[in-house]
Design a binder for this molecule. Structure first.
Ligand SMILES: [Zn+2]
Length: 180
């Protein structure tokens, strides 16, 4: 199992917590040792009554923080050399913020058309990346994510089917036998 597939899967799971009806994004930031440093999903500022936040475009853009922004804000450590794995192609603002905080690698799924990225954004992203050759952007196919989600689902199923109490007793009995 590749680390990046794992982090992208986690980002997708995190995205489910978003209250945005049309776009659910998740981001995971890890350090250079693949240790998770932070995570975030898109949504309005904390304490906001989400039911009152506009769900229409472009009004909702004013209220929602992006997944990457929240992940940056919640990080409790320096992000120099970190990696951000996100469920959608970064917008130019988030890309800039990630670069500004020292993130050196950005990973998102290989998709034909990213949400919210128009031609102006595309050009700005291209320009900013050309100014920062030290920043690596990688597109990941989603097969690994699907595989991990299937494995996860299997593990949960196994756990549900397991008679935990009985197993613990069995293990204790086996220990007694082993000690004799
Ligand atoms: Zn963004």
């Amino acid at each position: 199992m590749e680390w990046n597939d794992l982090f992208l899967t986690m980002a997708f799971v995190l995205a489910q917590k978003s209250k945005d009806e049309s776009t659910k994004c998740g981001a995971i930031i890890v350090d250079k040792h693949n240790r998770i440093v932070s995570g975030g999903f898109n949504g309005a500022v904390r304490g906001t009554n989400d039911a009152l936040v506009p769900q229409t475009r472009p009004e909702k853009y004013l209220f929602n923080l992006h997944a990457e922004e929240n992940a940056i804000i919640f990080a409790k450590q320096d992000l120099e050399g970190a990696k951000c794995v996100v469920t959608n192609k970064c917008c130019h603002k988030c890309l800039s913020r990630l670069i500004q905080t020292g993130v050196k690698k950005i990973i998102y799924p290989k998709i034909n058309k990213a949400k919210m990225i128009d031609k102006i954004q595309e050009e700005a992203i291209e320009f900013t990346l050309s100014q920062h050759p030290e920043v690596v952007v990688e597109e990941l196919d989603l097969d690994g994510v699907e595989k991990i989600l299937k494995l996860t689902s299997n593990s949960i199923q196994e756990l549900k089917e397991l008679d935990v109490a009985k197993s613990v007793v069995e293990i204790a009995e086996q220990d007694k036998i082993n000690k004799r």
